[in-house]
Design a protein around this ligand. Structure first.
Ligand code: GLC
Length: 530
């Protein structure tokens, strides 16, 4: 009985303390009780950050807090800082082309698509939060017809439960989804005896061992599929799971999603040499001369590959660069202090859609606690880590109305709280989000510019002589976050001019459905390869 009584006393004390603390802030009894009632986790302390004690809380006014935020982000992506960041990144790329097994990974794709590739392919796209399966028909650039047609497309959400499927279970889940798509397809499409050729866009690192195979590496983005399978062949894993279900399919190509994006644009425009992805994660692919890499980076490849490969599509794994040179603030440090793998993808922590919301949340929560933003009450579910989605911010930043009514409705629907945010609160939230995303756009531009410089040097091209460079892009942040792509392009122009080139020399160009189409094109290129 003793422990029970002690526990009850503790609960009672916590309840009283929570009431007093909230009462001091809101000065309204009913509201106080409601706040605590809505959020029992305040009392239970479950999966939420510890509430700092009142002594720790430094009181500021809202305007002073805004000043603190402005100061912390000021100049982080000014011209000089960006030029230095681009130089630093280029240096890191060069080092990794020498001996890093995790990034600057040469694929097996040494030829860009000719544009003549044809056929019907099943394209798979494993992204950070969705698995998509598409049936794609390629007719070729000169066919006079639509070059690529999506005959069928299904999207499956990869939620927390799926992300936590360990090892083969994840690949079995994929096969089950593929089976569903093919079952629905059987009546309308001629499923002859020949296995349907599959191409896979994989948005994780992979060590390619041929056009159709690659070794599984650590995955990031909260996925556990690589658990116990590191170093195993990804193609075999998918093929085995599909065969177990009796699916008449064959894995013919595996590419990283950044390479898929490059292939998808190059199929339509033969001058494409760069691709950029910014969604949940970040990455870039670039077509580089083979001789710029140390031979060890290619592992063991057949001599014929080396005989014909002059250039190669490289999966840079851009997310993994930037250690020690990224423009950090106290909130980035806070994010990393509780990150399970803080050194795996340093650049992604600053720019990825999986992190932008969290950085903003950390700044906001500090503003609520120290400067009384949002009535001094942290909306209950915002105390949970990663509870503020980048997509929510994107919708809040899209609201251009003077009273920010849409932004308020969006905020309240996702983060209900007893004190609705005022327009001033929402303006402050938007200001924080703008700082965080503007910095991200600058970092992305520095990464692309560094790759552009690297390629120019590798090809002995002077910046002022560099021809117009297309960067095929895709990913929810670049596509949907208001003003992101434009800001990124502006930073790129600044950087190009700073290095002696002409404004507009690097142009970001949208690549629609790039992962699915790129996977199909990779399948077509591989089947021509034999
Ligand atoms: C991640 C992965 C990378 C992928 C990128 C974009 O950072 O490591 O392989 O291309 O996200 O999806």
């Amino acid at each position: 009985m003793q422990p029970f009584i002690a526990a009850m006393q503790k609960v009672r004390q916590a309840f009283l303390a929570a009431i007093i603390k909230s009462f001091l802030r809101t000065k309204h009894v009913l509201q106080t009780i409601l706040n605590i009632w809505i959020s029992p986790s305040i009392i239970k302390g479950e999966n939420v950050e510890a509430e700092p004690s009142t002594q720790e809380v430094r009181k500021l006014g809202a305007p002073e807090f805004v000043e603190v935020v402005n100061k912390a982000f000021h100049g982080l992506v000014g011209r000089k800082r960006l030029v230095a960041l681009s130089d630093g990144l280029r240096k890191q790329f060069l080092e990794s082309m020498f001996d890093n097994p995790q990034c600057m990974l040469p694929s097996y794709n040494h030829q860009l698509p000719s544009g003549d590739e044809q056929g019907t392919f099943l394209a798979l796209d494993v992204g950070g939060s969705t698995f998509r399966v598409g049936l794609i028909e390629l007719s070729g650039r000169k066919s006079g017809d639509e070059e690529c047609k999506i005959l069928k497309r299904s999207t499956f959400k990869i939620d927390k439960t799926v992300k936590q499927l360990k090892g083969v279970l994840f690949f079995d889940w994929m096969a089950e989804r593929i089976g569903e798509v093919l079952a629905g397809q059987a009546e309308g499409h001629d499923m002859s005896d020949a296995p349907l050729s599959m191409g896979l866009a994989w948005s994780f690192p992979i060590e390619q061992t041929s056009l159709r195979s690659g070794l599984l590496q650590g995955m990031g983005k909260g996925f556990l599929a690589a658990h116990g399978l590191l170093g195993q062949d990804l193609g075999d894993l998918i093929q085995d799971s599909c065969s177990k279900r009796g699916l008449n399919v064959q894995v013919d190509a595996i590419v990283n999603d950044s390479s898929a994006t490059l292939l998808s644009k190059a199929y339509l425009d033969s001058t494409t040499r760069f691709a950029l992805i910014l969604g949940t994660g970040v990455n870039a692919a670039v077509h580089l001369p083979v001789h710029t890499f140390s031979p060890s980076k290619f592992g063991i490849r057949p001599p014929e590959w080396h005989d014909s490969a002059k250039h190669v599509i490289v999966n840079t794994e851009l997310s993994m660069f930037g250690s020690g040179i990224l423009p950090s603030t106290q909130w980035d440090e806070l994010l990393l202090s509780v990150h399970p793998d803080p050194t795996f993808q340093p650049l992604e922590h600053f720019v990825g859609g999986g992190y932008l919301g969290e950085i903003v949340r950390l700044v906001l929560v500090e503003g609520i606690r120290t400067a009384g933003l949002f009535g001094g009450v942290v909306p209950p579910n915002l105390r949970e880590k990663y509870s503020l989605d980048t997509e929510t911010l994107s919708r809040i930043e899209s609201d251009r109305s003077p009273d920010l009514s849409t932004a308020q409705a969006v905020f309240m629907s996702r983060h209900p709280t007893t004190i609705p945010p005022t327009p001033t609160d929402l303006h402050t939230l938007r200001l924080i989000a703008a700082h965080v995303t503007h910095r991200a756009a600058g970092i992305i531009a520095a990464g692309v510019h560094a790759l552009w410089q690297l390629r120019n040097e590798a090809e002995s091209i002077l910046p002022q002589e560099s021809s117009h460079t297309l960067v095929a892009y895709n990913g929810s942040v670049l596509e949907n976050y208001p003003g992101f792509k434009v800001a990124c392009q502006k930073h790129l122009d600044t950087l190009v001019e700073a290095s002696g080139g002409t404004k507009g020399s690097i142009e970001l160009m949208y690549a629609e459905e790039s992962s699915l189409l790129g996977a199909a094109i990779a399948g077509a290129v591989a089947s021509l390869d034999g």
